[in-house]
Design a protein around this ligand. Sequence first.
Ligand code: GLC
Length: 754
Amino acid sequence: MKTRLILSLMLVVAWATACGQPGQRGKQAAGNDVPVFLDDSKSIDERVEDALSRMTVEEKVAILHAQSKFSSAGVPRLGIPELWTTDGPHGIRPEVLWDKWSQAGWTSDSCTAFPALTALAASWDPDLAKLYGVSIGQEARYRKKDVLLGPGVNICRTPLNGRSFEYMGEDPFLSSTMVVPYVQGVQSNGVAACVKHYALNNQETNRFVTHVKVDDRTLYEIYLPAFKAAVQKGGAWAIMGSYNLYNGQWCCQNEYTLNGILKGEWGFDGVVISDWGGAHDTDQCVEHGLDLEFGTVTNNPSAASNTYANYYLASPYLEGVKSGKYDMKTLDDKARRVLRLFFRTVMDKNRPYGSFVSPEHIAAARKIGSESIVLLKNDGGVLPLKDEGRILVVGENAVKMMTVGGGSSSLKVKKEYSPLEGIRERFSNAEIVYERGYVGDVSGQFDGVSTGQDLDETRSAAQLIADAVAAAGEADCVIFIGGLNKSTFQDAEGADRQSYELPYGQDAVIEALAAVARKMVVINISGNAVAMPWAGKVPAIVQGWYLGSEAGHSLADVLSGDVNPSGKLPFTIGAQLSDYPARTEAQYPGIPRPEMSKMGLQDVTIYDEEYSEGIFVGYRWFDHESIAPTFAFGHGLSYTSFEIGDPKVSGSIGKGLTFSIPVTNTGKVAGAEVVQLYISAGDSAVERAPKELKGFSKVYLEPGKTATVKITIDKEAISYFDADKHEWVAAKGDYSALIGTSSDALSKTVEFKY
Ligand code: GLC
């Protein structure tokens, strides 16, 4: 014991010496008396091995589970700090109490809310994803958080999924391309991205007990690519397991997805973190790849709350290691991974210090927002609006704060500019009139954060419509701003939408206004597709997204033409729910099993869910079934026009086939276009989707100018996953590259062989 004490004292002295003055690189003590794990001139793996060699079994187990709601232990004796995690993908969650979800009541944690990730995806601009990741990573770092619990990249399989707004749409290639720079941006701050929810968490209904049944080809072609890209191209330092089951096991303790695919096939060297409460069994957590357990609600009757010592990877694990039930090799692998996370974050003395709600972050939020907005329809050039006349703004979403609510991604912001505020500010010469039009969700509270808004309304629905229609008759232009919101059964965690139609009687309001308005724009604020039965009656339609702190400014930038819209839909907007593939109960929300099952100590009903549509998700399904959507995946208009010239092809699919595509701005204002390339396979041994997105590039052009966009594809772009061989196959044969500006506007075709 005395030796250990002397060693510990020596370490403290060495640590103090090595640290030198705060903010400076630690002075290297003379000779080699700085322990390797404290010597940042050594490689991370050398430091990991040295730290591991100094740790007791108790210390190794202690770093594998939470010690509070959002933190896990360090190694105090060695001077390795504790690790702090934070939600969420759109901004840094306000501080909560040590062991509760409720607010800590800090006055220094009001953040920048960046646009929701569906908005980022809709920008189709990887450079913006990098800007996003760098900015939110700086905010996390400034708030002394070491792991950002995001981004989410689950594929949008059903438009009813409550959390689609947190994800990047329906296509694996778009999600894969956009997640990589986001992860790299976050981690450039010495903050880990924790990509979630791995895997197959495509709904909120029964999210804890849904058992997904999906074939391997669909798993690998549709639901895994974004996670694989985040790991192999983005270098993600952490992955969050999902709540649901797959292949008969919970995804936070899943042999196939965690040990087999993630750590085996993909070579992931980071940490698998459970979703909060996603761990259910010590044996499976230990043997099936979980490294860091959070949020377990221990059912220990004497537990004051979430007694952390009772976590599956806490005392039960320690006892099992000591009894020889669990081997040291597995424990050391888990500890090694968590130590690697320490040395990538809290132990990196040179990582930057971050920044919080800086002008740069506000500008980034505004830029990402304005570049994500999708102009769906603009008949007669209703948009952009002139700053003149009388403009009537109608709808609750013109005023309702959207940064509060929606579940774990909910935020407390310094300021959120509403669409109405943005419009009033930008159209200062016009007379702006507001009518509520309908009442949606008047609450303004989530997790103890209040919007401070009073949205109470005494008028009846009929009166609200009558007042809006009367005002519309006096206006030069009507802007209806509605859609969904962040309340339960809307765009929110924990429950899915209960219908595909707009809620709160909005369709009737829109129809009534369209009947009298001289000019009209409908702006849909949502993170999901919605039914638009009035689309033929409204000349201009905009998909507005949840745009965060700068919502009003981003929208006004586009409505005024200060920014030319360049967003493209990251998911299909179908006419009705039955147009989508998950149409039977077995497909969604799943069929309850008659027998009860165990989830930890709880008896639960498991819901078996068949992804029987296979790879035909999103536009793949609409194409396969020849269903015309209201607005197609990849669709988005501009205030200018573009012409796609004849592509030139060079190289080979084996070494890289490059399509050089001339794009001309044939209109009168500058703008950006997204050139998209889809691959269609000829005769094939397996059924293929009619076309699949395999390349895109966004180009900004002044009027009259031409640029050549280059898109290079390789064998990956023509391959399908052969489940029998368990490998990707690039089959010989004929292929077509379909090139254009939307999945339903592919004006150029290039045939090629492989
Ligand atoms: C939640 C969410 C997850 C979040 C975590 C911590 O249940 O599923 O996305 O990061 O718990 O709040």
